[in-house]
Design a protein around this ligand. Structure first.
Ligand code: DCS
Length: 282
């Protein structure tokens, strides 16, 4: 199995990161997870552009262009002969004696990437999944895909302990997103999902779904919605790189609508799959 450390492709068994790496000590870094189907990255460019954007937002300049990153990922995918899965990549602000203040300009970011076989979650997408509600305790820059994931993983852990797939996060009465996905509801045929601001990650899958809705004239209302609107929804679905378009059929023990995936979500799943096939082949 090959990985990338500091831009070099090497065997996983010799991959090492220093104990004073700022990603390890402070979570001082940014990451991306990109889906691979038929050995090809899906929405690769959008993910790589967001990685660079996230880095800029924490005042970190990546020493690679999107094109260079894309070819490094393609090289890693082919060396690992990955067919269906993900490529994980992250940049930290580098290795330097522990100090909150940024290291000097001579310290280069630490670049790590690896691939993993991840099958499409076909059965879950067919049946739908369960979710819990949890308070969104995260900071106010959720638009940055940073390594600061404690708030996310504490909520996801609660969901897992409840035998659920996702935690739907809310700030008071207002629903934001999931611990590792964006959340949308459907009411009377209209898709409602939180606007892309500092309170959510502007998911690439979310953006692809909205693009599909525009092309198909499916009405969308990008706005925050309340817990009451969530519990009165006809359909709920989560979207993310690993989950694609995932019907949520139960929230905090209560069934959503009929308790089965609804027609709007089903249609989006079909349209999304067509987009995957258009970009990555069948
Ligand atoms: C908090 C959060 N919101 C939304 C999303 C959906 O964004 P994408 O559509 O761009 O994936 C993610 C994806 N999280 C990645 C995807 O898989 N695992 C992760 O940590 C996320 O962590």
């Amino acid at each position: 199995e090959y990985v990338i450390v500091d831009g070099e492709i090497l065997d996983r068994t010799v991959a090492k990161v220093d104990i004073e790496d700022r990603g390890y000590q402070f979570g001082d870094g940014v990451y991306e997870v990109i889906r691979v189907y038929n050995g090809k990255m899906f929405t690769g460019k959008e993910h790589l552009n967001r990685l660079i954007e996230s880095a800029e937002k924490i005042r970190m300049e990546l020493p690679y262009s999107p094109e260079e990153l894309e070819s490094k990922m393609e090289e890693l995918i082919s060396k690992n002969e990955l067919d269906t899965g993900i490529v994980y990549m992250q940049f930290t602000r580098g290795t330097s004696p522990r100090n909150h203040v940024f290291p000097g300009g001579d310290v280069a970011p630490t670049f790590v990437a690896y691939t993993r076989k991840v099958a499409r979650p076909v059965e879950s997408m067919e049946k739908g999944v369960r979710s819990i509600l949890d308070e969104d305790i995260r900071w106010l820059r959720c638009d940055i895909k940073s390594l600061n994931l404690l708030g996310n993983l504490l909520s996801k852990q609660k969901a897992a302990e409840a035998g659920c797939f996702e935690a739907i996060l809310h700030r008071g009465e207002s629903v934001t997103e999931g611990s590792h996905s964006n959340i949308s509801i459907v009411k009377d045929g209209v898709i409602i999902t939180h606007q892309a601001d500092n309170l959510i990650l502007n998911g690439i899958t979310r953006q692809k779904v909205l693009e599909i809705c525009r092309n198909e004239n499916i009405s969308v209302d990008e706005r925050a919605f309340t817990l009451d609107e969530l519990s009165a929804a006809d359909e709920v679905f989560s979207s993310g790189t690993t989950v694609e378009v995932m019907p949520i059929v139960e929230v905090d023990g209560k069934p959503v609508g009929t308790g089965n995936p609804g027609p709007v979500t089903r249609n989006l799943q079909d349209l999304f799959k067509a987009e995957i096939e258009r970009q990555c082949g069948k």
